[in-house]
Design a binder for this molecule. Structure first.
Ligand code: NAD
Length: 261
C-alpha cells in the first residue's frame, strides 16, 4: 500500500502512540502534520527526522486541542500547506486519576475538551474537504476504557465512551462519501501517559509501583503484556488501506483480551 498522495493530521503526535502512528503513515509516504507539545528542539528533530527518514514532507502545528479555534487553524494550515486533509487521527489525550468526590472540576473539563471535544472540532473542520475529494479516513484513538470502566478515571472513561458515540454517528453521516470513521481501542501501552498515572494510582489504591504495574495494569490484560505503540500504528495504517474500506463505525480492540472478560 502507498499513501504517497495523502496528507495525514495526527493530533498528539509528539509522543507515544501518536508519534508511532505519524511514523507509520510517513513510512507509507503520507505527508504529515504533527501536533502536540514538547520542547521546540525535540519537536523539530522529530519533524526533520520524518522528512529525512521517509522522504515525506512534515510540518508541526502547535494547536492546543482544548481550544476549538486552534483546532480549526490546524486543519486550515494542513489544507493550505498540502492541499487537503485525507487522514485525520484524533489521538491527543491526557489522563487524571482521582476519587470522584475529589476530582478537580477543571481536570474534568480539560479531559472532556482534549479527549473528546477536540475530535468533534477536528472532524467538523476536516469533513468538507474529505467529502469534496470523496475519500477520507478518520481514526480516533479511543481506549479499552471506551468499553469498560476502571475506578478513579471518571473523566477519561466518560470521554472515551463519548468518542465511540461520535465515531458511530459520523460514520453513518459519511458512509456514502468514501470516508470511513473508526476507533482503535488499545489496552495499556507503555507511554508517558501510563507512566505518569502510576504515582496517583499508587496513592488512590495504596499500592507500590510494582503492584500498580502487575496487579492493576497488566492484571487487566489476559496476555499479561503491554500493547506496543507500533502495533496500534500498524492497525491505523491498515484502516487507511483499500482493504479496510468497508470497516466503518467500528471500535477495534487491541487490548490483550481485556474487554473479552
Ligand atoms: P502521551 O502522553 O505519550 O502522548 C500524548 C500526546 O498528546 C502528546 O503528544 C502530547 O503533547 C499531546 N497533547 C496533550 N495535551 C494536548 C493538547 N491540549 N493539545 C495538543 N496535544 C496535546 O500519551 P499516549 O499514551 O501516547 O496517548 C495517546 C492517546 O492514546 C490518548 O488519547 C490516550 O488516551 C490513548 N490511549 C493510551 C493508552 C496507553 O496505555 N498509553 C491506552 C489506550 C488509549
Amino acid at each position: 500500500m502507498t499513501l504517497k498522495s495523502k496528507t495525514a493530521v495526527v493530533t498528539g503526535s509528539t509522543s507515544g502512540i501518536g508519534l508511532a502512528i505519524a511514523r507509520a503513515l510517513a513510512k507509507e509516504g503520507a505527508s504529515i502534520v504533527l501536533n502536540g507539545f514538547g520542547p521546540a528542539d525535540e519537536i523539530e528533530k522529530t519533524r526533520a527526522g520524518l522528512e529525512s527518514e521517509f522522504g515525506v514532507k512534515a510540518i508541526h502545528s502547535p494547536a492546543d486541542m482544548s481550544k476549538p479555534e486552534e483546532i480549526a487553524d490546524m486543519i486550515r494550515l494542513a489544507e493550505e500547506t498540502f492541499g487537503g486533509v485525507d487522514i485525520l487521527v484524533n489521538n491527543a489525550g491526557i489522563q487524571f486519576v482521582s476519587p470522584i468526590e475529589d476530582f478537580p472540576i477543571e481536570k474534568w473539563d480539560q479531559i472532556i475538551a482534549i479527549n473528546l471535544s477536540s475530535a468533534f472540532h477536528a472532524i467538523r473542520a476536516a469533513v468538507p474537504g474529505m467529502k469534496a475529494r470523496k475519500w477520507g479516513r478518520i481514526i480516533n484513538t479511543a481506549s479499552a476504557h471506551s468499553l469498560v470502566a476502571s475506578p478513579f478515571k471518571a473523566a477519561y472513561v466518560a470521554a472515551k465512551h463519548g468518542v465511540v458515540g461520535l465515531t458511530k454517528t459520523v460514520s453513518l453521516e459519511l458512509a456514502t462519501h468514501g470516508v470511513t470513521v473508526n476507533c482503535i481501542s488499545p489496552g495499556y501501552v507503555w507511554t508517558p501517559l501510563v507512566e505518569k498515572q502510576i504515582p496517583d494510582t499508587m496513592k488512590a489504591r495504596g499500592l507500590t509501583k510494582e503492584q500498580v504495574i502487575n496487579d492493576v495494569l497488566l492484571e487487566a490484560q489476559p496476555t499479561k503484556q503491554f500493547v506496543t505503540a507500533d502495533q496500534v500504528a500498524a492497525a491505523a495504517v491498515f484502516l487507511c488501506s483499500d482493504a479496510a474500506s468497508q470497516i466503518t463505525g467500528a471500535n477495534l480492540s487491541m487490548d490483550g483480551g481485556w474487554t473479552a472478560k
